[in-house]
Design a binder for this molecule. Structure first.
Ligand code: 6PG
Length: 470
C-alpha cells in the first residue's frame, strides 16, 4: 500500500459516502473504510468512474497506511460511544501531527474532552459540523470547523473545494479550537428546529383555523419562496405540502403521524444556553413542541374533553402570515446568535458571528435570504452586539412585528397554538422595555428568603421593609 491518499473517510453511511464522493469528484484521493467491510466493494462499484480516486481499505491498519502524512481521517459514524471506541482503536496506529475529524452531530463537550485527551499524544482532533443532509454532503455542504491551526492548514484546501458556495465564497470556516465547530453546528440545529416549528405553526393555523387543504397551503408557501422568506426550509415545506401519497392518493402530509422525532441537538442547544444563563425561547418552544407531539394518545383523549373556549375572530391576511414568519425567523436567529456570543465569551473562542452567518448562506439546512441580511448586519453597525438592534433588521421588524401581533391575536382567539411564534414575540416585548417586572421577583425573594436586592437609587445589596400582611 502506498501512502498517497489525501484523506481517509471512515463510515460509509449516507453522509460518509456522499462526502467521500464529493472529495473524489473534487480531485482528491480518498481512502475509504467501514466497520462492516462488506459495504466497501458495493460503494466502489456505485462510485463509477470516481472509484479511480477511491481506495477501498477494509482493515484499519491498511486504511491508515494508505494515507499521506500528516494524515487527515474523517469519521462519519454515530456520535457518542462509537466515536470513543474508534478513537481508542485508531490512535495507536497514528503519528504525531495526524488529525482525526469527527464530522457527526457530536456534543461539543465530548469534542473538547477528546481534543484534550489526544493532544497529549501529539494528535489533533477536529469537531466539524456538516450541514445540508445527503444532497449537501454530495454536492456542497456548509461546514463548521473547530480544531487547531495545524489541522485547518491541512484541511482547508479540501474543505473549500467540496463546500457549498455563496456567490463564489466557500461555506466553510475555521471557527475556533476543539468544540467550537460542533457548538456552532448545535446552535444551527436549534435554529433549524425553531424555523421548522414556526413554519408548521403557520401551516396549523391555516389548516385548523382556516380549514385549508395541504395543497392550498403548499401553493401559498410556493408563492413565498421568492419573497423575504426565501429559504431551503420554505422550499422543502412547499414541496412536501404539495406531494401526494402514492398508496392512498391523499396529500402526503395527511398520512404522516403528527409525532416529531429528534436526535438531541435542539435539546443540547437549550441545555448549553441555560448553563450560560441564556434562554432561547423560540428554540425551547420548538423542542418542547416536539415533546408534546409525542403524547399523541393523550391528545386524542383530551380533544373531546377540553373546551377550546374560542372567541370570534377573523383569519389575518396572507401577507400577515408571511411577515409573522419573517419576524419569528429574525427573532429565533437573534436568539441563536446570542447563545453563540455567550459561548464565545465563556470558552474564549472569539467566534466570528459575521463569518458564521456567511457560511450558513448556502449548503446548510437553515440557508435563507435572511442570513445574507444578518451577515451584512454583523459587518455593519451593531448596537450592543444585538442583531435586533441593527438598523436594517430593526426596519424589517418594524413592518413584521405588527403582523406577528395580528396573527397571534387571531390564533389565540381561535385556540390554535403557536408556541414558538408567541415565545419569539414575548422575548421581543421583554427586550424592548427598559423597565421589566423582575423588581417584584426580587421583592418576593427577599420577603421569603432574605436574598436581598439592588436598588435603583443606591449601590449595594439591600433588604426590604415589608408591612404586616393585612
Ligand atoms: C443538517 C441537519 C442534520 C440533522 C437533521 C435531523 O444540518 O444537515 O441538522 O444534521 O441530523 O436535521 O435532526 P433531528 O433528528 O434532531 O431533527
Amino acid at each position: 500500500m502506498t501512502a498517497t491518499a489525501d484523506i481517509g473517510v471512515f463510515g460509509l453511511g449516507t453522509m460518509g459516502s456522499a462526502l467521500a464522493l464529493n472529495l473524489a469528484e473534487s480531485g482528491f484521493t480518498v481512502a475509504v473504510s467501514n466497520r462492516e467491510a462488506e459495504w466497501i466493494d458495493p460503494f466502489l462499484v456505485e462510485a463509477g468512474p470516481l472509484a479511480d480516486r477511491l481506495v477501498g481499505t477494509p482493515a484499519l491498519a491498511g486504511f491508515v497506511a494508505a494515507l499521506a502524512t500528516p494524515r487527515s481521517i474523517l469519521f462519519m459514524i454515530p456520535s457518542g460511544a462509537p466515536m470513543d471506541a474508534m478513537i481508542a482503536e485508531i490512535a495507536p496506529l497514528l503519528d504525531p501531527g495526524d488529525t482525526i475529524i469527527d464530522g457527526g452531530n457530536a456534543d461539543f463537550n465530548d469534542t473538547r474532552r477528546r481534543a484534550a485527551a489526544l493532544k497529549d499524544k501529539g494528535l489533533h482532533f477536529v469537531g466539524m459540523g456538516v450541514s445540508g443532509g445527503e444532497e449537501g454532503a454530495r454536492h456542497g455542504p456548509s461546514m463548521m470547523v473547530g480544531g487547531t491551526d495545524h489541522s485547518w492548514t491541512q484541511l482547508q484546501p479540501m474543505l473549500e473545494a467540496i463546500a457549498a458556495r455563496f456567490e463564489g465564497d466557500p461555506c466553510v470556516a475555521h471557527l475556533g479550537p476543539d468544540g467550537a465547530g460542533h457548538f456552532v453546528k448545535t446552535v444551527h440545529n436549534g435554529i433549524e428546529y425553531a424555523d421548522m416549528q414556526m413554519i408548521s405553526e403557520v401551516y396549523g393555523l391555516l389548516r385548523d383555523g382556516a380549514g385549508q387543504t395541504a395543497q392550498s397551503i403548499g401553493r401559498l408557501f410556493e408563492g413565498w419562496r421568492e419573497g423575504p422568506l426565501k429559504s431551503y426550509l420554505m422550499d422543502v415545506s412547499a414541496t412536501v405540502l404539495s406531494s401526494t401519497d402514492r398508496e392512498t392518493g391523499q396529500p402526503m402530509v395527511d398520512v404522516i403521524r403528527d409525532q416529531a422525532g429528534q436526535k438531541g441537538t435542539g435539546r443540547w442547544t437549550l441545555i448549553e444556553a441555560l448553563r450560560m444563563g441564556q434562554s432561547a425561547s423560540t428554540i425551547e418552544a420548538a423542542v418542547g413542541a416536539r415533546g408534546w407531539s409525542s403524547e399523541k394518545d393523550m391528545r386524542a383523549a383530551a380533544e373531546p374533553m377540553l373546551a377550546a373556549g374560542a372567541l370570534d375572530t377573523q383569519m389575518p391576511p396572507e401577507r400577515d402570515l408571511e411577515l409573522a414568519l419573517l419576524a419569528g425567523r429574525i427573532l429565533s436567529h437573534a436568539q441563536g446568535f446570542r447563545i453563540l456570543s455567550a459561548a464565545s465569551g465563556e470558552f474564549g473562542w472569539q467566534l466570528d458571528l459575521a463569518r458564521i452567518s456567511e457560511i450558513w448562506r448556502a449548503g446548510c439546512i437553515i440557508r435563507s435570504a435572511l442570513l445574507d441580511d444578518l451577515a451584512s448586519a454583523f459587518r455593519g453597525e451593531l448596537p450592543h452586539g444585538h442583531l435586533i438592534l441593527a438598523p436594517a433588521i430593526r426596519t424589517q421588524l418594524q413592518e413584521a412585528i405588527p403582523a406577528l401581533r395580528r396573527v397571534l391575536v387571531a390564533a389565540v382567539s381561535m385556540g390554535v397554538a403557536l408556541p414558538a411564534l408567541s415565545a419569539g414575540l414575548a422575548w421581543y416585548d421583554t427586550m424592548r422595555r427598559a423597565r421589566g417586572t423582575a423588581n417584584l421577583i426580587q421583592a418576593q425573594r427577599d420577603f421569603f428568603g432574605h436574598h436581598g436586592f439592588g436598588r435603583l437609587d443606591m449601590a449595594g445589596n439591600h433588604h426590604g421593609t415589608w408591612d404586616e400582611p393585612s
